[in-house]
Design a protein around this ligand. Structure first.
Ligand code: ADP
Length: 382
């Protein structure tokens, strides 16, 4: 990518989601470093004065809780971790509050769960609140609600949360700040010959392979979750930059168009906000195996899925839930919201649309999954 293209890409950014990894907020012993908050507040305030609306996604609640409770070693059991996170979350926000007030900025705390965002009404409600905060000039600081979200603590997946927030607030850039300059072809902490990658044009097999190798014992999500997050943002037409949040001036340098970190370019084909929510926020409840004709109709001609193309149904699901469409080779080709529950679909497998009512005694629609509720996976690179 040419220098001036990167500058142009950055100059178009009006709203940015910045994820601050726990590795940025802690020292080598995993203890919270208070000084970092001032640096973050200074940098974020600076880009805000430059006309860009920032939304922060911050990890670090457990580290803050450990400090508050004067604990030396991170406990292993989930409920203790959740309790520590609850203690730390208020401290974390207090540090941000204090640091940002020094620059005349106000912050708000938003705690989200993946589950909460899976209900479209709540997703839209959260969006409304975030938009209102931005309109009021307040900087939202998002974290996963650790008290109810078990997975977050087990997988440390604030990278994916940040990507979902990017689509939630319709941001045009996602920045993942970590303790490393960006993505290398292998983990540079273990391989001295690791090569730095400055631009990823497309998240292909090579990049997925890097993701597979990057989960170390000490890292929370490592590069795996960062690559996943970049993919989610890319499908929404948003670029991602992974950069080193430990260095000073990282954000100002990114916004001055400097080639810093690893830039993931957005996908060429962008899906709309609702389809993005279907494909990335929801979790599939079952599978529908489709024949080759249905696969082609869906992937090449943008058609709906009809009962005639269905071969088998796997799992139990209700009307309106997300299901995967798998072809005869076992490859997931699409996913979408079903118009019929699994029990009904089992009865009309392979049937003509005109026979649905005769078999079931009623008919909700001709389609099993309507094209407006169907996302073709191969195009999204999921
Ligand atoms: P954060 O807490 O900021 O989310 P993590 O500790 O989860 O960060 O991930 C960052 C770490 O990922 C780096 O410090 C590095 O050790 C590790 N890592 C593994 N593989 C790679 C790679 N291919 N390129 C860069 N970093 C990698």
């Amino acid at each position: 990518m040419k220098k001036r293209d990167r500058k142009a890409l950055i100059s178009r950014v009006k709203k940015v989601v910045i994820k601050i990894g726990s590795s940025v907020l802690t020292n080598e012993y995993g203890e919270l470093s208070e000084g970092v908050f001032d640096e973050i507040a200074r940098e974020v305030s600076r880009i805000k004065s430059g006309g860009v609306e920032p939304i922060l996604v911050s990890s670090g609640a457990i580290a803050a809780g450990m400090k508050k409770l004067r604990l030396g070693e991170k406990p292993k059991d989930i409920s203790t971790k959740q309790a520590i996170a609850a203690c730390g979350q208020s401290t974390l926000i207090w540090y941000y509050e204090k640091a940002f007030s020094g620059f005349g900025e106000r912050v708000a705390q938003i705690l989200l769960t993946h589950d909460g965002l899976s209900v479209r009404k709540r997703f839209l409600n959260a969006r409304k609140t975030l938009f209102t905060l931005l309109r009021m000039g307040v900087i939202p600081i998002v974290n996963e609600n650790d008290t109810v979200a078990v997975e977050e603590i087990m997988f440390g997946d604030n990278d994916n949360l940040a990507a979902l927030v990017t689509s939630l607030v319709e941001a045009d850039l996602l920045i993942l700040l970590s303790d490393i300059d960006g993505l290398y072809n292998k983990n540079p902490r273990n391989h001295s010959d690791a090569e730095f990658i400055s631009v990823i044009e497309e998240i292909d097999e090579r990049v997925k392979e890097i993701a597979g190798e990057t989960l170390g014992k000490t890292t929370t999500g490592g590069m795996k979750t960062k690559i996943e997050a970049s993919k989610t943002a890319a499908a929404f037409g948003v670029p991602t930059i992974i950069a080193n949040g430990k260095n000073s001036n990282t954000l100002s340098e990114i916004f001055s168009g400097k080639e810093l970190g690893t830039l993931f370019l957005p996908a060429k084909e962008k899906i709309n906000a609702r389809k993005h929510w279907i494909a990335f926020t929801l979790k599939p409840s079952g599978e529908i195996i489709i024949d080759d004709g249905a696969r082609r109709a869906i992937t090449s001609f943008g058609k709906s899925l009809l009962p005639a193309g269905i071969k088998e149904v796997r799992g139990e699901f209700e009307v309106g839930e997300l299901v995967k469409c798998i072809d005869e080779m076992g490859v997931e080709v699409a996913r979408g919201l079903t118009c019929y529950g699994s029990d009904d679909i089992k009865k009309i497998v392979g049937a003509k649309t005109s026979n649905i009512e005769k078999i079931l005694g009623y008919k909700y629609s001709d389609e099993i999954i309507h094209r407006d509720d169907l996302v073709v996976i191969s195009r999204m690179g999921i």
